[in-house]
Design a protein around this ligand. Structure first.
Ligand SMILES: C[S@@+](CC[C@H](N)C(=O)[O-])C[C@H]1O[C@@H](n2cnc3c(N)ncnc32)[C@H](O)[C@@H]1O
Length: 465
């Protein structure tokens, strides 16, 4: 068995009692489980199963999660490049599955990088409302942005801020919040043994302090009546139940039952401790997944409408980038595009054209540290428009006039993803020319420019294989 600190093992003995031996034995299964979560913003799980050759077994507590049964190179498959799935450890699929998102919601993922949960929240929003995805680490937020754009999410604001700074812009604004908190990672020791070192250096007390600050800010960012999922990948009561007990007592929250399948106990979910029985603890000896904690809470509605529950100030919408008239270069390109956006949502910043989620058009967010505001459409150049990789991922094949569709086993798919020029004479209609959406089995991968049966490669250089 993996060498684990004695003080940690002692805590697990106290926590698990009779179940301790079974838990310890589960560490003989050293690698844990590999999972894949289908992007339901692009296709239904059944459609993915019919399309893919992976051998998949359903993760029973999610609607779109699967165990990957063989050592498939799933991150080097063209469907991955088409944003059809995210590779995720099965227990980690639970928090986003438990946040009851409705279309049109304003959603915040406060500790979002690299996007394992944010990508699912975006899929659940189905292009409506807005997803603000934040991570304090700028380098990790870059990976978050890439994953959201790979998934085709356009209704996004990706920020790299402290939760306290977000309060200046979004107090009481969100309908739903996910706090997938930084934690001591006890539940991941089996899969990532390197985390033991961090535990020895910092441990649960260090993280409990951070969690306290993060959830206190999250509580204020949520509107009264709004819902919040708090999750960690640790077993520590100090980081789990004690954090949410504080939310309940000091911030006026109520613990709600988790929207998990009725047979949750049979599936292996353990209740939270003490008064937090409505929360769920996931243990590797009880189910096929790593250790996690998940709780769903609702912010109480105060009858007196006290100042504490209302936004602090009225703001003036930012007029920078607002357009009286859309650029001709864009209008010319958009003739081939079968999607319409509200003219009020377009913004042009330094020659780059965006569509903001409508909910953000009335806000002043320019001084936030952000990586992306809305859907980045592309660059307005002298006399032409260069569409972005994000736009290609956002579109469906039928939403652009010219496309070529390659089969996943066509070697040209790999050559396209490597940035090579392709000969497509057998696939392109005679005389077809101009911007072209390159697809794999009907799902866009990126752009190319077609002329005389040859495709000039416009796949985003930073994403090339
Ligand atoms: C458990 S990870 C998040 C994983 C992510 N939700 C996912 O599913 O891919 C916790 C994240 O919190 C970020 N973080 C740490 N302190 C933070 C803070 N004070 N505010 C916001 N994010 C923070 C870390 O950079 C880290 O990316």
């Amino acid at each position: 068995m993996l060498q684990l600190p004695e003080s940690f093992l002692q805590e697990m003995r106290e926590l698990l009692g009779d179940e301790y031996d079974a838990w310890e034995k589960s560490y003989e299964h050293n690698e844990g489980f590999r999972g894949l979560r289908v992007n339901t913003g692009k296709l239904r799980p059944e459609e993915f199963q019919a399309l893919s050759a992976f051998s998949l077994r359903a993760v029973p507590w999610t609607r779109n999660g699967f165990y990957l049964e063989e050592q498939a190179q799933a991150s080097k498959h063209p469907y991955y490049a088409a944003g059809l799935y995210y590779l995720q450890e099965p227990s980690a699929m639970t928090p986003a599955a438990c946040l009851p998102i409705k279309e049109g919601d304003r959603v915040l993922d406060l500790c979002a990088a690299p996007g394992g949960k944010a990508t699912e929240l975006a899929a659940k929003l189905r292009g409506t409302g807005v997803l603000v995805a934040n991570d304090i680490s700028n380098s990790r937020a870059k990976a978050l942005l890439k994953n959201l754009e790979l998934f085709g999410a356009g209704n996004i604001l990706v920020t790299s801020e402290t939760p306290e700074r977000l309060l200046n812009y979004f107090e009481g604004w969100f309908d739903k919040i996910l706090v997938d908190a930084p934690c001591s990672g006890e539940g991941m020791f089996r899969k990532e043994p390197s985390m033991v070192k961090d535990w020895l250096e910092k441990g649960p007390d260090y993280y409990a302090e951070i969690q306290r600050t993060v959830v206190t800010a999250a509580a204020k960012l949520l509107r009264p009546g709004g819902q919040l999922v708090y999750s960690t990948c640790t077993f520590s009561k100090h980081e789990n139940e004690e954090t949410i007990e504080r939310l309940i007592k000091e911030e006026g929250f109520t613990l709600l039952p988790l929207p998990l399948p009725e047979e949750r106990e049979a599936l292996g979910f353990a209740p939270g401790l003490g008064a937090c029985a409505g929360a769920a603890r996931l243990f590797p000896h009880r189910l096929d997944g790593e250790g996690h904690f998940v709780a769903l809470l609702q912010k109480n509605v105060c009858s007196d409408n006290s100042a504490a529950t209302l936004p602090r100030h009225k703001e003036k919408a930012d007029s920078k980038g607002v357009l009286k008239k859309l650029p001709e270069e864009w209008l010319d390109f958009a003739k081939d595009l079968h999607v319409k956006w509200d003219a009020r949502c377009f913004r042009l910043y330094d020659g780059r054209l965006y569509v903001l989620p409508e909910a953000l058009t009335g806000k002043n967010i320019r001084s936030l540290r952000f990586l992306r505001t809305g859907l980045y459409l592309g660059e307005v150049k002298p006399k032409r428009f260069e569409p972005s990789q994000a736009l290609a991922m956002y579109l469906r094949k039928e939403e652009f006039a010219l496309s070529v569709d390659l089969k996943a086993d066509d070697e040209r798919v790999f050559r396209y993803l490597k940035g090579e020029t392709l000969d497509l004479e057998d696939l392109a209609a005679r005389g077809a020319k101009g911007w072209c959406l390159v697809c794999v089995d009907g799902y866009p991968l990126g752009w190319g420019k077609l002329a005389n049966g040859t495709l000039k490669n416009k796949y985003y250089p930073g994403w090339r294989w």
